[in-house]
Design a protein around this ligand. Structure first.
Ligand code: DQA
Length: 145
């Protein structure tokens, strides 16, 4: 069965209780259920979260090695991690789709969030639609879902 990696960066493990006014009241297990519902039997959703930059980079190597499309919320790494950017470039230059997603709209927030070092090497970006950002990304990377 085709698989999609849904990778989440630092502090996203605290969704549900973290700034619910910005990120909503649902946690990552609720997101996993929403994605699995949309994917149905067609696609396996492999949702992961880490606070560790190296772990996130190694998951991107896995995406390259297994040609698995990626939905990536890099969280705060978005704004400064050139190491993550280089790993994202490995994915997209290998011809594997990678959509950068954000729950909030970083451009409507603090100035430091207006810069993404990831976007230029991502296949595309979806931001500002809450968990629907991930569901929209799934439509792109798994058109059958
Ligand atoms: C975020 C936006 C980032 O600026 C922030 O650091 C996050 C979450 C989002 O999904 O809206 O942790 O990526």
């Amino acid at each position: 069965m085709p698989r999609v990696l849904v990778l989440n960066g630092p502090n996203l493990g605290r969704l549900g209780s973290r700034e619910p006014d910005v990120y909503g009241a649902q946690d990552l297990s609720a997101l996993r259920v929403l994605l699995a519902e949309q994917a149905g039997a067609a696609v396996e959703i492999d949702l992961r979260q880490t606070d560790n930059e190296a772990e996130l980079i190694h998951w991107l190597y896995e995406a390259v090695d297994t040609t698995t499309p990626v939905i990536l919320n890099p969280a705060a790494f978005t704004h400064y991690s050139y190491a993550l950017r280089d790993a994202v470039a490995l994915v997209t230059k290998a011809g594997v789709a990678l959509v950068e997603v954000h729950i909030s709209n970083p451009h409507a927030r603090e100035e430091f969030r207006h810069t993404s070092v990831i976007s230029a090497v991502a296949t595309g970006v979806i931001a500002g639609f809450g968990f629907d950002s991930y569901l929209l990304a799934l439509r792109v990377v798994a058109p059958g879902a």
